[in-house]
Design a protein around this ligand. Structure first.
Ligand code: HXC
Length: 518
């Protein structure tokens, strides 16, 4: 084709008009709100010069209603395409708030569905950058139908390719449900918010005053609702967070996670681990110190850091290979399992199992949280989620009991009979139906009532109970623990044991799907 010819000129004119509208105009409007444009976000997310846009010239559907104004915009308010992130293919859609508030009309929805189908077909992560007022009001039912099509694809892709949602502005109405089906939700503090109905509707219906941030800001969803797992202070760092997450996980359910060249080749003894668990069994410590000493240096990437902090979940590497970690946190509520921590843990275990990520459980849990509030809010059915997720997971699973392992919590936390492949205990482990004080009070009730010095007797009996029952050796002798190990050799043990599990294969009975207690 002649580069000076009419056809080529027209091609260039179209391309320039597109970039002028989408770049200059959009950037100005977004920057004024402290946000980046849809295209700038893509540029930050993908490796330089690797992004390929498709359907950039698609046009807004002609309105079949006379109500409301419609902008006839190229692209219809969303950019879709594919490129490389850290050298691996990923697919993206990025909504443009400057086109009718990033609202979702039929063409906009068709584009998102198209890229979702491609990601699924190609077995690559699907990333949605959301900045949207929800269903486009002018397009009526076509917008709602569009959302339904996106949700269906989210569900079909679940467990096949990683799906990540990045909220970088409003996610209102229909815009919230796709993220909540996807594996992880990222938000930027101060400029993003998510709600099904906004402050105006809350005021109208309930006569309550609430700000955008207090109703559905990043902190609310990180700390209270658990909807968002990652929050960063600006958009640039949010996108860096997405890249970091991708570095731990495979592109699809048929691949293994990427292996990085381990900078930490140490497989020796870590003596500091011997001193972490305090002698006083009721004294807290930070389980993240244990994680850092066991895993490759600087490799721990925590998920949902500020939600249900009595359980810690996240990814780390062992000799460069990704491991999913679930650990009770004695520093928060003594590491007890309650409703929120059970749900947080269960969701994480499910993700690891979908994507071939071996699971390490570090256990120090006094039991499930008692109380009217927990019972009435359904600790039974929510606690069952964690139990179900562990029992159902077929990836390699190792447990190390650091200290407390009492009652139902013993069973739930990947115990041997639930399907733990290797179960280790530190000498500080206390494994029993219940803690010494509770057990002694039940078994020796009469003796304690009749005693002249019940406090002294209780103390003596508790020591005896610990010596005879609540220790790791009884479980070791019965095979419920495979080995009591020196804490200092934990890293070494885990490296060799996860290696031994690399070819683990379990075939499950044929069924449509299990019925997890949702
Ligand atoms: C069409 C929309 C829109 C929408 C915003 N706009 N939302 N157009 N459909 N859903 C347009 C505005 O008219 C405006 O156009 C431009 O986008 C920017 O919006 P502003 O309101 O000026 O911006 P801002 O003050 O930043 O407020 C953003 C907002 C607000 C909080 C998102 O626009 C808002 O409350 N929108 C409606 C949100 C909502 O209720 N969505 C639910 C839809 S129902 P101009 O021309 O003035 O620039 C739904 C159900 C689906 O989604 C259910 C599926 C399960």
């Amino acid at each position: 084709m002649d580069v000076n010819g009419r056809q080529f000129k027209k091609f260039l004119e179209r391309k320039n008009s597109l970039s002028q509208y989408q770049n200059e105009f959009a950037e100005k409007k977004q920057h004024a709100k402290g946000k980046l444009s849809a295209r700038e976000r893509i540029e930050l997310l993908f490796d330089p010069d690797t992004f390929n846009e498709i359907d950039g010239f698609s046009r807004t559907a002609a309105a079949d209603t006379k109500f409301g104004k419609m902008v006839d915009a190229y692209g219809d308010g969303v950019i879709i395409g594919h490129g490389k992130i850290l050298g691996r293919t990923a697919f993206v859609y990025s909504q443009d708030f400057t086109v009718m508030g990033g609202s979702l009309g039929s063409v906009h929805a068709d584009k998102i569905m198209k890229i979702q189908d491609m990601a699924m077909k190609m077995g690559a992560p699907m990333i949605g950058i959301i900045d949207s007022g929800g269903a486009r009001i002018q397009e009526g039912v076509a917008s709602l139908a569009g959302y339904a099509g996106i949700f269906k694809r989210n569900v079909q892709s679940s467990g096949v390719i990683p799906q990540i949602s990045v909220i970088m502005g409003p996610a209102a109405g229909g815009a919230v449900y796709s993220p909540s089906i996807t594996d992880y939700v990222f938000m930027t503090n101060g400029t993003s918010y998510m709600f099904v109905t906004g402050p105006n509707v809350v005021k109208e219906v309930l006569n309550e005053d609430v700000s955008f941030d207090d109703l559905g800001g990043a902190n609310v969803h990180m700390k209270k609702s658990g909807v968002a797992q990652f929050v960063y202070e600006d958009e640039e760092n949010t996108l860096l967070g997405v890249k970091k997450l991708l570095s731990y996980i495979p592109s699809n359910n048929l691949e293994n996670p990427p292996i990085v060249e381990s900078i930490d080749r140490n497989i020796g003894i870590e003596e500091k681990l011997r001193d972490i668990v305090p002698d006083d069994t009721n004294k807290p410590y930070d389980v993240k110190d244990v994680i850092r000493l066991i895993m490759d240096k600087e490799s721990f990437f925590e998920v949902a850091e500020n939600y249900a902090q009595n359980v810690v979940v996240g990814f780390a590497r062992l000799m460069g290979k990704t491991i999913g970690i679930l650990a009770n946190q004695p520093k928060v509520l003594a590491g007890v399992l309650d409703i929120n921590s059970s749900i947080k843990g269960a969701r994480f275990i499910r993700f690891c199992d979908c994507f071939n990520i071996p699971i390490l459980t570090l256990e120090d849990v006094p039991g499930f949280l008692p109380g009217i509030d927990q019972e009435h809010s359904g600790i039974i059915r929510h606690g069952a989620k964690l139990l179900y997720a562990y029992a159902d997971a077929t990836v390699p699973k190792i447990t190390v009991i650091l200290r407390k392992s009492y009652g139902g919590a013993y069973c739930v936390m990947n115990s041997k009979n639930l399907g733990g492949d290797f179960n280790f205990a530190w000498p500080t482990a206390e494994i029993a139906v219940m803690g010494p004080e509770g057990a002694v009070s039940i078994l020796y009730r009469k003796e304690l009532i009749e005693s002249d010095d019940p406090a002294k007797l209780k103390k003596e009996l508790a020591v005896k109970y610990r010596d005879e029952i609540a220790n790791p050796y009884v479980a070791d002798e019965k095979g419920y623990i495979d080995e009591v190990i020196d804490p200092a050799e934990t890293r070494r043990k885990l490296i060799f044991t996860f290696e031994a599990l690399e070819n683990k294969h379990i075939s499950s009975p044929s069924r449509k799907h299990g019925n997890i207690p949702l």
